[in-house]
Design a protein around this ligand. Structure first.
Ligand SMILES: [Zn+2]
Length: 148
């Protein structure tokens, strides 16, 4: 009997993705990242599962890092993550950053994606950057017109 690959079409892929979005762990954490105050230090963080499969619930600081900030985070043995904003879906998702992603997509290089660091209570501040996430109504477009 010949081993044939199972065809995967877009609909099947979409169904698997939707199923992953509905999963939640015992703390109620889902693939959709939500803001939540840290239970120990009360800092505002994003909490979510970090992948569609074999996911781990992670808590990340909400401010975006610049390249120097990511280097400092990695040198201090803290993981970095991509915080994706999907405007069409109206949700945030957290994704682990591996060596390939770090090399290919440095902080501030992709629209609607911020690089953030895992939350560690009481840790020192890292260099931050301006967010690349543009939500409707949060930022006015820049014009050449003076404000008066
Ligand atoms: Zn904390």
């Amino acid at each position: 009997m010949k081993n044939t690959p199972v065809p995967v079409d877009d609909a099947a892929r979409r169904r698997a993705r939707d199923a992953a979005l509905r999963k939640r762990n015992s703390d109620g954490v889902t693939r959709v990242a939500r803001t939540r105050p840290c239970r120990r230090c009360d800092a505002l963080t994003f909490v979510g599962l970090d992948d569609d499969v074999c996911a781990v619930a992670v808590s990340v600081d909400r401010y975006p890092l610049d390249a120097a900030g990511e280097v400092q985070a990695l040198l201090s043995h803290r993981r970095t993550y991509a915080l994706h904003w999907y405007p069409g879906r109206g949700r945030y998702e957290i994704e682990r950053r591996d060596a390939l992603q770090i090399a290919a997509h440095p902080p501030m290089s992709v629209a609607n994606v911020d690089v953030v660091v895992e939350h560690v209570c009481g840790s020192f501040a890292l260099p931050t950057a301006r967010t690349r996430i543009e939500r409707a109504g949060t930022r006015k477009p820049l014009t050449d017109e003076p404000p008066f």
